[in-house]
Design a protein. Structure first.
Length: 202
């Protein structure tokens, strides 16, 4: 016989939340955050950063190439393995990431530059061309260099053609020798002790 004693669940131990108390806490927190934002804005005015400019120095990626170095955990960052950035005081392990770093937003901000590029005027472009023309070394590209390069290229082309002709001639001679071997009289070959010049391979 089954007893029908329905026992209720005792959930009196569960914590009761006071909605009003938590709403008051949320309002207080929002008020503090708004005050904090206002203080930070009033404390430091926005900084006008300079536009990006090209580097006036050469990036050194190869001076330590192929050198062996003992790395210790107590060594300063500048003497650890990799590429050291003195502006951001960090070490980057390979050249690709180092270039990404020095061209990146964090590094440029540390230098006081934004990622915007200043629009160049026509005069600035012309001046830049003039500077680059003057910077070219005196022994750079001339008409004489062009003539020498053309002559050298023609000589190389002639050499390639000559080699091709020689290879064709050799192939023709080999083919003629094979045909001559194929046309040998079997009686003469038998007298000389050969079964023939043809290969037994099929």
């Amino acid at each position: 016989m089954a007893h029908n004693n329905a026992v209720g669940v005792d959930n009196t131990f569960r914590r009761k939340f006071d909605r009003e108390e938590y709403l008051e806490r949320a309002r207080e927190r929002e008020k503090q955050e708004a005050e904090g934002r206002f203080k930070s804005k009033s404390k430091a005015p926005p900084v006008q950063r300079k536009p990006l400019k090209h580097r006036d120095y050469e990036v050194d990626l190869e001076s330590r190439l192929g050198k062996t170095q003992v790395v210790t955990p107590i060594a300063p960052l500048s003497q650890q393995a990799g590429y050291y950035c003195s502006v951001c005081e960090c070490v980057v392990k390979d050249s690709a990431n180092y270039l990404d770093h020095i061209n990146g937003k964090k590094h440029q901000r540390a230098l006081g530059m934004s990622m915007r590029v200043e629009r160049a005027s026509l005069e600035q472009v012309q001046q830049r061309f003039e500077v680059l023309k003057k910077r070219k070394s005196p022994g750079s590209f001339t008409e004489q260099d062009l003539d020498e390069r053309i002559l050298k290229q023609q000589q190389e082309e002639e050499e390639r053609k000559r080699q091709r002709r020689e290879r064709k001639k050799e192939k023709k001679e080999e083919k003629a020798a094979e045909e001559e071997e194929a046309n040998v009289d079997p009686d003469v070959a038998a007298m000389m002790g050969f079964g023939g010049f043809r290969s037994s391979k099929k």
